[in-house]
Write a protein that binds this ligand. Structure first.
Ligand code: WT7
Length: 652
């Protein structure tokens, strides 16, 4: 890519050859279309939606009673139909929809298990499984919990649910029994789809036994469908459990897609916020469908022969939108890999790119930093010349990682798109368009079509260029969340009351003189560890559930590999002796309660936590302490000055 400015941060123009063939081939084309999308959102989205399949056309594009949106109201459609039947009607029946590779491999990385499913084959499997779900008594509107490894059956299960109108709630396989139980309760879900286990770094993650434990914690699960995947031994409850293979036995490969109202609930996805209770982010049918299709097409500049690989787990929104729903609605081939990036060694990702001729590759900055640490010799051993575009998501990408990605993976020839978005937004919101937008490493650049993003102060007034402020979205968009499941008050308060008339993202940002957005980070109590979102309150409540802990405060502090890491400040109950063993025990305790991703990197014992006179923990001071080693900042609102003196002197 060419460099066109030396004074500003580096600017990389879209490679000319890429621009020539792109859906949006120039900055002018982007700006013209963006302006139109903002001036006439209903006209714009109506036109975009006309490229999707609807059983019945909508009456109105948008009904907006802030903060309640209805998109394509009066219309009827089915997302699964759009992903499968509609593609087959377009002649893509024999085109590969999914290329899957399991983790187990020979020492040279040759996989022991591979599956390719054409659109027609995927359609048949989804219909068969949808019929099995119906036979087990699952009906439209029943929430189905899915706790599976990254296997084709995960995509099949989601699409089958979408086909019959049963909202899915996918839980990331790294979460523990308690986390499953909390989500089952909140969603009031009676059905679980799981597997005996999943492969991770050569060992079996015992998914079924986590489900068994969760079922002991909540007494509401009537059926557990179990996929045999790792062949590990499992406990069996004959009245409740059924093997996947038995469930689909004799089922027909025909299953008509339900005609669903535009605002029918498509799925719940739980994410962390500023309280201890995870929020069930609610997405509905038509708006999410149209937004993921359109954004995926433009952002990844999909072409019919693309072999596209997003390395995220489907347990997160990235996987929902850009492994399953976005790519399949565009008829491209979506690669799925089950396991760890370093199994059997750090060449695995590049072997996969080479093996399948991956053309577009989407990953997280934390992964890039991990590869960087292993050295450029590893990707160099592989033919990565099929790659045409690289993407990142989840946290800001530091310029050094950007440069490494550009040179050693993209061969200085691929545009890099840094995409900013959230579980709540459903799809990408701020992003370069690869053939149009000059990029500046570290900036997610400009808003996507229909997105009215701004950086404002607390009164909602835009701040000056390059001044930091709060990132808001000033207009509704089709992919937006429709609520927090069962908690309308939380939806209104969390997202729509901070800044009047705007959706508040929880992020701070600045916008430069070219209208480029630079994301600074969260302003709430959310921590991003390796791009995963964790709430300080959830981790604190896990810590205080330990019998020896009196009080705990959790903060995020900068970490070279994971972006942020978790530090926990803990006061123990009187009479408890603190020790290195207790530190390890507490780290394990959090890991068992929430899942390994929430395990604190650092646990420090302290006699007291710094609090304001009203009793609020001053996390700012703890953050300063964890980052710089001492507290020098403003402590005038601190209740007990000796706590900081002690923390400065004693914390270890
Ligand atoms: C938060 C949302 C959306 C998929 C993965 C994360 C941060 C996300 C970027 C980016 C800087 C980013 C924000 C956001 N974030 N993408 N490109 N640059 N920060 O989804 O778990 O809902 O987290 O991730 O802080 O608010 P999520």
């Amino acid at each position: 890519m060419s460099v066109s400015s030396a004074t500003q941060p580096m600017i990389y123009n879209p490679p000319k050859d890429f621009a020539k063939q792109a859906h949006v081939p120039s900055l002018e084309a982007y700006e013209t279309e963006w302006r139109r999308s903002i001036n006439d959102p209903e006209g714009y989205w109506g036109e975009v939606a006309a490229e999707s399949h609807f059983f019945k056309k909508w009456d109105r594009v948008l009904e907006w009673n802030p903060p309640m949106a209805k998109w394509f109201a009066g219309g009827q459609t089915n997302v699964c139909y759009n992903c499968l039947d509609f593609q087959i009607e377009k002649g893509l029946g024999d085109h590969p929809a999914i290329i899957w590779e399991g983790e187990p491999a020979a020492a040279d990385g040759t996989p022991k298990q591979q599956v390719t499913l054409s659109y027609r084959q995927l359609h048949a499997r989804v219909c068969r499984f949808a019929n099995a779900l119906k036979k087990l008594g699952i009906k439209k509107n029943d929430r189905v919990t899915i706790y599976l490894p990254m296997v084709p059956e995960l995509t099949i299960a989601m699409l089958a649910c979408a086909r019959i109108g049963a909202p899915h709630s996918v839980i990331f396989g790294g979460f523990s029994a308690q986390a499953i139980a909390d989500r089952l309760t909140d969603a009031d879900s009676h059905h679980i789809i799981t597997s005996d286990g999943g492969w991770r770094r050569g060992s079996v993650v015992p998914l079924k036994s986590n489900v068994d434990e969760a079922c002991k914690l909540v007494d509401k699960v009537s059926k557990v469908i179990v996929l045999k995947h790792c062949n590990n031994d499992v406990h069996w409850d004959a009245g409740r459990d059924i093997w996947w293979s038995d469930a689909i036995d004799g089922m027909s490969e025909d299953c008509a897609a339900e005609k669903l109202d535009a605002e029918h609930m498509l799925f719940l996805l739980y994410t962390s916020g500023s309280t201890g209770k995870p929020k069930g982010i609610l997405h509905t049918t038509a708006g999410y469908m149209v937004y993921t299709r359109h954004s995926a097409k433009q952002v990844f500049d999909y072409k019919p022969d693309d072999v596209y690989w997003c390395t995220a787990d489907i347990g997160w929104i990235t996987g929902h939108s850009y492994i399953v729903y976005g790519p399949l609605q565009n008829g491209v081939t979506s690669v799925m890999y089950e396991g760890a990036p370093n199994f059997p060694d750090w060449e695995r990702f590049w072997q996969i790119c080479e093996r399948y001729g991956v053309t577009k590759f989407y990953t997280a900055p934390t992964a890039i930093r991990a590869f960087m640490k292993q050295g450029a010799e590893l990707p160099k051993k592989h033919d990565l010349s099929s790659l045409k575009l690289l993407g990142t998501v989840g946290e800001p990408i530091n310029p050094a990682a950007w440069a490494w990605y550009n040179e050693h993976i993209g061969g200085n020839r691929c545009p890099i798109i840094d995409t900013w978005w959230q579980t709540e937004t459903g799809g990408v919101m701020i992003t370069p368009l690869p053939g149009a937008t000059p990029t500046k490493p570290g900036s997610a650049t400009r808003p996507f079509f229909g997105i009215d993003a701004a950086v404002v102060d607390h009164s909602g007034t835009p701040v000056e260029p390059n001044e930091s402020g709060l990132l808001v979205i000033r207009k509704p968009w089709p992919g937006m969340l429709r609520g927090v499941y069962g908690d309308e008050a939380r939806y209104r308060k969390q997202y729509w009351s901070e800044i009047e008339g705007c959706y508040f993202t929880g992020d701070s940002a600045r916008c430069d003189e070219d209208g480029y957005f630079w994301i600074i980070g969260r302003v709430d109590d959310v921590i991003k560890v390796s791009g995963h979102r964790l709430g300080t309150a959830e981790i604190e409540s896990a810590l205080v559930s330990h019998p020896k802990v009196a009080e705990a405060a959790v903060i995020g502090f900068p970490d070279e590999m994971t972006g942020e890491a978790i530090a926990a400040f803990v006061t123990v109950k009187s009479g408890v002796n603190v020790s290195e063993d207790l530190k390890q025990e507490l780290r394990q305790h959090v890991s068992r309660t929430l899942g390994a991703i929430a395990k604190p990197k650092d646990v420090r014992f302290t006699d007291g936590l710094p609090k304001t006179r009203s009793g609020k923990i001053m996390r700012r001071l703890l953050r300063e302490l964890a980052t710089t080693g001492s507290v020098k900042g403003d402590i005038t609102t601190l209740e007990d000055l000796t706590t900081i003196a002690k923390l400065n002197g004693e914390a270890s």
